[in-house]
Design a protein around this ligand. Structure first.
Ligand SMILES: [Zn+2]
Ligand SMILES: [Zn+2]
Length: 351
C-alpha cells in the first residue's frame, strides 16, 4: 500500500438489513500523516454486531462490515506518528476518532464526543459509512489504536476492546475491590469479563444468572457464589446484600427486584441495551439512598488502563476462534446463548 492510495481490502459484510454476511471488499482510506495501518488478526463478535445488522437500534447504512473488537499488528505508520511502530500489537474498540477538543474529549470520554465520535462501524458523524473489523486491514488515527501488552494473546485480547472495557469502566468507577460485594447479572460475553475483572480487583463476586446451567463456569471464572434469578427465593435470600450490581442483560427486567438486592447507598449499573423502555417504582430507589446508573464502554486512556490491568492479571476473554465462513452460524449461536464466551474471527480466513 502506498501512502496516497485508497485501497480495497477483503471483508465480510451484510449486504442488506437482516441478511447473512458474505465475503466482499471495502475501501480503506490512504494512511495519513497521523494514521496507522493495522493488519487485523482477530475480531470478536459482539452482540451489538447482530443488533446493528438487524437494525434493532435504527436505520444504518449497508453494506455493513461489523466488528469493534479488533486486535492486530501495525504494518505501516504515517510520517507524524509517534505512539506506534511497525510491528506493534494494537487493538481498536468501538470508535476510531473524535474531535479531541470538546469537554468530553478533553475529559477522556471520547465515546461521548459532543461533536460525535466516529464509530468503528457503521457510520461517522459526517454520515459517511465506516467499516469495522470483519476485515483484513483497517486505517485509524494513531491516538485511537490501543497498545496490547505482551502477556495477552491477540485472540484473547480482541474481546477486551468492547466487552472488557464495558465492564472494567463501571467496576472501577464504583470502586469494586476488597471488602465490596459485587453482583454480575448475566454470564455471557460481557458478564464473564465482569466476573474476571471484579475478582481481579479483589471484590467478592456473585453471579446472578437465569438458571444454574453455567454455575461451574461462574465459579471457575472467579465468582464466590452463583444464584438463579428464575428462583424467587434468590431475591429474598440476597436482599440488601450488594454494594454494586452490574447488569449485562439486554432485555427488560424487574428493576425493583434487583434494587432490593442492594445495600443502602448501593448502585445498580446497567450496561445492556434493551430496545424497549423499562419502568421502575421510585420507592425502590429512595428507600436506602440507592443509585441507578448506566455506563457505555470507556475512553481511550481508560481502555489502555484496562488492557494494562488485564495483562498484569493474565486476563483474556474465554473464546472460540472461528473462520469467517462460520460468522452466520456464530450469530445464530450467540442469539441462542450457545457461546462460552466470545466468538473471535480469525481474519486470515477472510482474505
Ligand atoms: Zn461491542
Ligand atoms: Zn469531542
Amino acid at each position: 500500500m502506498s501512502n496516497t492510495d485508497v485501497t480495497t481490502v477483503a471483508a465480510y459484510a451484510a449486504p442488506a438489513p437482516q441478511s447473512p454476511l458474505a465475503r466482499t471488499t471495502v475501501p480503506r482510506r490512504p494512511v495519513g500523516d497521523n494514521d496507522v495501518l493495522i493488519e487485523i488478526k482477530y475480531c470478536g463478535i459482539c452482540h451489538s454486531d447482530i443488533h446493528q445488522v438487524n437494525e434493532d437500534w435504527g436505520q444504518a447504512p449497508f453494506p455493513m462490515v461489523p466488528g469493534h473488537e479488533i486486535a492486530g499488528i501495525v504494518t505501516q505508520v504515517g510520517s507524524a506518528v509517534t505512539r506506534h511502530e511497525v510491528g506493534d500489537r494494537v487493538g481498536v474498540g468501538c470508535f476510531v476518532d473524535s474531535c479531541r477538543t470538546c469537554e468530553n474529549c478533553v475529559a477522556g470520554l471520547e465515546q461521548f464526543c459532543l461533536n460525535g465520535a466516529t464509530g468503528t462501524y457503521p457510520i461517522g458523524p459526517d454520515g459517511e459509512p465506516t467499516y469495522g473489523g470483519y476485515s483484513t486491514h483497517i486505517v485509524v488515527a494513531e491516538d485511537f489504536a490501543l497498545s496490547i501488552p505482551e502477556g495477552i494473546s491477540l485472540e484473547e485480547a480482541a474481546p477486551l476492546l468492547c466487552a472488557g472495557i464495558t465492564l472494567y469502566s463501571p467496576l472501577t468507577r464504583w470502586n469494586a475491590g476488597p471488602g465490596k460485594k459485587v453482583a454480575i447479572v448475566g454470564l455471557g460475553g460481557l458478564g464473564h469479563m465482569g466476573v474476571k475483572i471484579a475478582n481481579a480487583l479483589g471484590a467478592d463476586v456473585t453471579v446472578l444468572s437465569q438458571s444454574l446451567r453455567k454455575k461451574d463456569d461462574g465459579l471457575r471464572l472467579g465468582a464466590k457464589a452463583f444464584h438463579a434469578t428464575s428462583d424467587p427465593e434468590t431475591f429474598t435470600k440476597l436482599a440488601g446484600t450488594f454494594d454494586l450490581i452490574v447488569s449485562t442483560v439486554s432485555a427488560n427486567m424487574d428493576l425493583d427486584a434487583y434494587l432490593g438486592l442492594l445495600r443502602s447507598g448501593g448502585t445498580f449499573v446497567n450496561v445492556g441495551a434493551p430496545g424497549e423502555p423499562n419502568s421502575i417504582n421510585m420507592f425502590s430507589l429512595i428507600g436506602g439512598n440507592k443509585n441507578l446508573a448506566g455506563s457505555m464502554v470507556g475512553g481511550i486512556a481508560e481502555t489502555q488502563a484496562m488492557l494494562d490491568f488485564c495483562a498484569q492479571h493474565n486476563l483474556g476473554a474465554d473464546i472460540e476462534v472461528i473462520p469467517a465462513d462460520k460468522i452466520n452460524e456464530a450469530y445464530e449461536r450467540v442469539l441462542a446463548g450457545d457461546v462460552r464466551y466470545r466468538f473471535v474471527i480469525d481474519t486470515a480466513t477472510i482474505a
